[in-house]
Design a protein around this ligand. Structure first.
Ligand code: CP
Length: 325
């Protein structure tokens, strides 16, 4: 996937992957999210930037955080937002994805937000929509989750400011994680000093070294002096065959406990994209502890998604004209 997600002038049309995007664009998304995050503190949490636009949430796979924050983001931008209930839609009667899409397009939809268990689904949809329609990838298979990566970068920037000075460790099931892939691409693009991945061999991609990361199979070594720790869920639904002895043994070897957290820098932050499995990849005392920014990540998801939606629907001129947050 290259940059068919950008317009000829380099603006965001679709947001399908971090891959191929340049640092200024990622920075623009975060800067714009910074403006939008102040809306949350207002009594009226709305701006009229996307008034008259119709946004359709198409979630073919379960979600709590992503679907609700996309919906909230659309509402705060004053768009009309619809959530297609896939289980009660005509897809259960055999309608193809493209037929569903074209019917929804006939309702004058301006944007589709798509989550799907198949890698490449959002890009496929983007290739088949009308020229005025934008597609945002809300997570496709093991491939990408670009808005999650951007809200994670935003959270890191809020706490740590200067990316090149940072040492970031991602622990766990990198192999099946679309979040990890997008995070690694974003961290690299933003010039992070050192990116580490920590996990058992069975849960790390065989081409890990080509991703520009340092690989650790020993959590104690991997956590030493890091500034940011990102823990990941075991993606059991995407595993084929038994890749681990047991969740209990996994926690003993790779679970983030208070003891292991002490190996990182004293001001290290602990992140997790959610959903978290307490006692599997992270101890409750760490997930709920003072260094955890896990719920902040969720909050930042609204501002980041407002930023991406407003950019993709071409609201730059309106922002410049003063209807800013
Ligand atoms: N982080 C994330 O994608 O969570 P959901 O599956 O709840 O959307």
């Amino acid at each position: 996937m290259t940059n068919n997600q950008l317009t000829d002038s380099g603006h965001l049309r679709h947001f399908l992957t971090i891959e191929g995007l340049k640092r200024p664009l990622l920075t623009e998304i975060m800067d714009r999210a910074e403006q939008f995050s102040s809306i949350t503190n207002r009594q009226v949490k709305k701006v009229p930037l996307l008034r008259g636009k119709t946004i359709m949430n198409l979630f073919f796979e379960n979600s709590t955080r992503t679907r609700t924050t996309f919906e909230l983001a659309a509402k705060r931008l004053s768009a009309d937002v619809m959530n297609l209930n896939i289980s009660t839609s005509a897809t259960s009667k055999g309608e193809s994805l493209l037929d569903t899409l074209h019917n929804l397009e006939a309702m004058h939809t301006d944007m589709f937000v798509v989550r799907h268990s198949q890698s490449g689904a959002a890009e496929f949809i983007a290739q088949h929509v009308a020229p005025h329609v934008s597609v945002i990838n809300a997570g496709d298979g093991c491939h990408a989750h670009p808005t999650q990566a951007m809200l994670d970068m935003f959270t890191i920037r809020r706490h740590k400011q200067h990316f090149p000075d940072l040492r970031v460790a991602i622990i766990g099931d990198i192999l099946h994680s679309r979040v990890a892939r997008s995070q690694i691409q974003a961290l690299s693009t933003l010039g992070v000093g050192e990116i580490r991945v920590i996990g058992p061999k069975t849960l790390l991609p065989s081409d890990c070294q080509t991703l520009g990361v340092h690989v650790y199979h020993d959590i104690d070594e991997g956590l030493r002096d890091v500034d940011v720790i990102i823990t990941l869920r075991l993606q059991n639904e995407r595993m084929q065959g038994a890749l681990l002895p047991s969740a209990r043994e996994y926690f003993q070897c790779f679970g983030l406990t208070e003891e292991k957290l002490q190996l990182a820098k004293p001001d290290a932050i602990v992140m997790h994209p959610g959903p978290i499995n307490r006692g599997v990849e992270i101890a409750s005392t760490v997930a709920d502890g003072p260094q955890s920014v896990i719920l902040e990540q969720v909050t930042h998801g609204i501002a980041i998604r407002m930023a991406v939606m407003s950019m993709a629907l071409g609201s730059q001129s309106e922002l410049a004209e003063g209807s800013t947050p």
